[in-house]
Design a protein around this ligand. Structure first.
Ligand code: UDP
Ligand code: MG
Length: 317
């Protein structure tokens, strides 16, 4: 099969028929063999019923439905598990992404050999606050990951099948999929300017909390990609530095005391010095960091992922 289109759906009943009809039209015109996979993320409106009707009217349309709302990342993960097309395209179900982009995205993956092509909503139809914060995140993600993309969280993306089978989108990490892809060892990541449209029906599914969560997730992913396999390399270093600093301060105080005593002078109390308290605190924090590192290593040791490596190729093996 040429193409799988994976679409997360959360309360988008009005958009679905129009969206499905549009994608089918584009695929037919381009002569693709295709499947459209709708993942109903626990919608409380009639989205699942609409998907059911669509599936019955066209065998290429498939659907699964979650028992409750798990989030977009979970929906994408499940869709990726089911997708069997050579090229897998994800898009939002609110008609903000245009199915007309599909043939060119397909061509870039298939012919130009991209592992991932991310959409870039150069001209965006979103509220002002979202556009500004989104800029900030994209800039940070770009500097942090070294991936030269303008729009990490665009819902419209195309992948080679092997790529989506190799990554695990979890939590709310759908915002940073390109980083996961790079982390899995796929290097050819590109982007394509795509049309973006205002939301036609319904409302956005994310509130203001998306900004806080997006920021925290960025920190998490930065930490995991750098130190996920060896947390001790971060915590051990910080812990050693802090402990050493505290140890030197305490050593200085002790040494000073001894010097006074050995010269038969009245020594000031060690506890009179501010350095004593600073040394104490710093050493305690240093020890805690160390322990965190050890616990991190123990957690890793038990992870089923600890010896999972992605093979690029095999010969006689
Ligand atoms: N979505 C989902 N589960 C959720 C929230 C959103 O599957 O918990 C889907 C939603 O139906 C849409 C896409 O994710 O297809 C993007 O959501 P939305 O359009 O609300 O986000 P925005 O465009 O405002 O960033
Ligand atoms: Mg949207």
């Amino acid at each position: 099969m040429d193409l799988s289109v994976v679409i997360p759906v959360y309360n988008e009943e009005e958009s679905l028929p129009e969206l499905a009809e549009w994608i089918v039209r584009v695929c037919r015109n381009s002569g693709f063999t295709y499947e459209i996979i709708f993942i109903d993320d626990g919608s409380s409106d009639s989205s699942w019923k609409v998907i059911g009707d669509l599936c019955r009217s066209n065998n290429n349309i498939k659907g699964v439905s979650f028992r409750r709302n798990y989030g977009k990342a979970a929906a994408l993960h499940t869709g990726f598990g089911l997708a069997s097309g050579d090229v897998v395209i994800t898009m939002d179900s609110d008609l903000q992404d245009s199915p007309d982009e599909i043939p060119e995205l397909y061509r870039m993956v298939k012919e130009e050999g991209y592992d991932l092509v991310s959409g870039w909503k150069k001209k965006r139809y979103d509220p002002f606050v979202k556009r500004v914060t989104s800029r900030f995140y994209n800039f940070t993600a770009k500097v942090w990951s070294g991936i030269r993309l303008h729009d990490f969280n665009c819902g419209l993306k195309a992948y080679r099948n092997e790529v989506i089978k190799s990554i695990e989108v979890f939590g709310e990490m759908h915002r940073y999929i390109p980083i996961l892809v790079k982390e899995a060892g796929f290097k050819k990541i590109g982007e394509k300017v795509v049309q973006h449209r205002p939301r036609k029906y319904g409302t956005t599914k994310y509130g203001l909390d998306r900004f806080i969560k997006g920021y925290l997730d960025l920190l998490t992913i930065g930490f995991i990609t750098r130190f996920g396999k060896s947390p001790m390399h971060l915590f051990g270093l910080l812990g050693t530095l802090m402990f050493l600093a505290g140890f030197l301060m305490a050593g200085y105080l002790g040494g000073r005391k001894l010097w006074y005593v050995s010269h038969n002078m009245r020594a000031p109390l060690v506890t009179d010095s501010a350095w004593f308290y600073i040394a104490l605190t710093v050493m305690v924090i240093g020890t805690l960091l160390f322990l965190t590192g050890f616990i991190g290593e123990l957690v890793n040791r038990n992870s089923p992922e600890r010896n999972k490596y992605l093979l690029k190729d095999k010969i006689n093996a």
